[in-house]
Every structure is written in structure tokens, then in C-alpha cells.
Design a protein around this ligand. Structure first.
Ligand SMILES: [Zn+2]
Length: 339
């Protein structure tokens, strides 16, 4: 069975000197045809689908601000909007839904929604963190509306997926794990181990220090992702993938290399094979160096299709020494009773 993808580049969602810009996808776009995957046309999400996660008043307010006041900044991150941003955000969310439908209907084995604006910081009541609507959360709720009972989301963007956590804090049909940089002053400031004491094993946060890289992430995938998926038994896995955990991302300080990204993509694809018949949809979140985004997206396609090789994976190893995170990972396992 095939791998499919959607590509929503939102060329008019752009703001001077902002890192979340269309050029993020400029190196990736001409390489897309070289991957063994089929492009699907993204359909815009409906307002009803957006309202699976977001307050209808927020949806109307965002539409109004785009039509009447854009361009402008709508939160401190800063998150910006242009006149096209509302439609762009509907198409980004729709791009994930299009991929999710293809996988659950059996038209594709797995999928990758390459969309912007990103989504995982957007909370039910507010847009934030360069995100307008929470694309992955909306797709998860749409899958539940289609009859699925358990959806797992694994988020390995460099930042905490606060919006996704907020959306599913009290929804036992969705499990969420986020691995992210965590320290004073690092955005968005949430994502500590004990964020959701009522939802142990289901809402899981793995806060990491700066420079955590390939070895730490490999331990996280083996010691946390595995028991997380095993305990929840999802019917599909959605991945919030951000390439801003790469060691030379301009706005973060983590230490993944392209080889580390390839390892992670293969691990989560293998988990989907083992627990949910291979059903997995990757969803692009952050990543602010266009070369990292292109090389990182390639690792996702290699893992999903089983075809191709990553030339960059042998070239860009992390120059920083990795911190030892064994005790942190043990602390997370203990809190959730993963053993
Ligand atoms: Zn990020």
C-alpha cells in the first residue's frame, strides 16, 4: 500500500523577519517528487471540523481579524495573521484531515501532512505560538467522529505541544506524549512531568535540557514511547513532527541530527506496525532552517515508504556533548508507572 502526502505551503501567510515563513519549505518542495509517495490535494477544513477543538467565538474572531485588521500580530510569541491566514489555516487543518481519511479508509498505508501554519500550540480558546488552529488535534477529533475510539499523538517538535495537551486533557479517547526542550524562559513554559496528574500514562511530558540529542531521544523512544503506546493501544498514531529539535535550528537548543530524526521516524513507524496495522500520519509542526526541514521530511518518507536513503544523515552530526538524561527519563517512567 502507498504512502500519501499533502502540501500546504500558504505562500501568502508571511510576515517580515518572522521565522515561520513560506521559505521553510523552499528546499523541500522541489525534492517532493523524488520520494516514493503520492500527492493528495488538501481540502479545506470546515468550520464545524475546526469547532471539534476550538471555541466557535474564537473561529469567528480570527476570521474577522484576518479580513479586517491584517496584517498584524495577535499574540506575544509573536503569532501573526495576514488577509489570507484564515483560509490558509483552514487548508492546513484540512490537509491533515485529508491524510487521516486516506489512512483510515484504507486508500493509503500511511501519510505525511506537510502544512503551515503549524498547529500544536493553538489551544481551544486561543491561537498562539505561530499557530492558528491545532491541525493535529482537529484531525484526531475528526477520526473519533468517524468512529475510532483511541487515537495516540506523539509530539517530537522541540517545543511542548501545549495546545494539543489542552485539547485532550479530559478526553480519554486521545493519549498524548510530548518530548521537548524545557528550561526557564523557553517557549511555551508548560510541559513539566507533573502537568496532568489525573491522566497518568495518557498525558505524558518528557522535558529535556538543552543539547539533548540522538542518544537521549533513542532512550525516550524505547523507554517512554513504547510503554505509552503499549498501555493505550491506539488504533492510529498521529505524529506532531517538528524539525526544530535539530542541533542547528535557529530558535532552539536541542541536539538531534538528521540521523536521529531518521531513527525516530523509523521507531514510531515500527510502533504503528506493531500496534495499529501501520496506521500513522505525520503532521509538520515547526522547524526553522529550510535545509533541516527538507532533510527531516526525507527521513519521514524513508521510514514510511521503506525506500530511499538519507545522504545528510551521515553528514550533520551534533557538535555539542549530550547531557545524561537517564535519571530524568526514569523520573518520567516512575511518575506514569511505566515499567
Ligand atoms: Zn517548535
Amino acid at each position: 500500500m502507498k504512502t500519501v502526502y499533502t502540501f500546504v505551503s500558504s505562500p501568502n501567510h508571511i510576515y517580515p523577519d518572522h521565522p515561520e515563513r513560506p521559505a521553510r519549505l523552499a528546499i523541500l518542495e522541489p525534492r517532493l517528487k523524488s520520494f516514493a509517495a503520492e500527492l493528495l490535494e488538501a481540502k479545506p477544513a470546515t468550520r464545524e471540523e475546526i469547532a471539534y477543538v476550538h471555541n466557535p467565538k474564537l473561529i469567528s474572531a480570527l476570521e474577522k481579524v484576518c479580513k479586517e485588521d491584517a496584517p498584524g500580530i495577535i499574540d506575544y510569541a509573536p503569532t501573526y495573521v495576514t488577509q489570507s491566514s484564515f483560509e490558509d489555516a483552514l487548508l492546513a487543518a484540512g490537509g491533515v484531515i485529508t491524510c487521516a481519511h486516506a489512512v483510515i479508509k484504507g486508500d493509503a498505508k500511511n501519510a505525511f501532512a506537510i502544512v503551515r501554519p503549524p498547529g500544536h500550540h493553538a489551544e481551544p480558546e486561543r491561537a498562539m505560538g505561530f499557530c492558528i488552529f491545532n491541525n493535529v488535534a482537529i484531525a484526531a477529533r475528526e477520526l473519533l467522529a468517524q468512529g475510532l475510539e483511541r487515537v495516540a499523538i506523539i509530539d517530537y517538535d522541540a517545543h511542548h505541544g501545549n495546545g494539543t495537551q489542552a485539547a485532550f486533557l479530559n478526553d480519554e479517547r486521545v493519549a498524548f506524549v510530548s518530548v521537548h526542550q524545557y528550561q526557564n524562559g523557553f517557549y511555551p513554559g508548560t510541559g513539566w512531568i507533573e502537568d496532568a496528574p489525573h491522566a497518568r500514562k495518557r498525558i505524558v511530558n518528557v522535558p529535556l535540557p538543552a543539547y539533548a540529542g540522538d542518544q537521549v531521544y533513542e532512550q525516550v523512544s524505547e523507554k517512554i514511547f513504547v510503554p505509552f503506546v503499549e498501555s493505550f493501544q491506539p488504533q492510529i498514531i498521529l505524529i506532531s513532527v517538528g524539525f526544530d529539535a535539530h542541533w542547528n535550528d535557529p530558535i532552539t537548543m536541542l541536539g538531534l541530527s538528521t540521523a536521529g530524526y531518521l531513527m525516530l521516524a523509523k521507531k514510531v513507524v515500527a510502533l504503528a506496525e506493531q500496534y495499529c496495522d501501520g496506521k500513522i500520519v505525520f503532521v509538520l509542526e515547526g522547524g526553522y532552517d529550510p535545509m533541516n526541514v527538507a532533510n527531516g521530511a526525507e527521513t519521514v518518507f524513508i521510514a514510511e515508504t521503506g525506500k530511499g536513503e538519507s545522504e545528510s544523515a551521515v553528514r550533520d552530526s551534533n557538535p555539542h556533548k549530550e547531557p545524561d538524561c537517564e535519571s530524568r527519563i526514569e523520573e518520567v517512567r516512575k511518575w506514569h508507572g511505566f515499567s
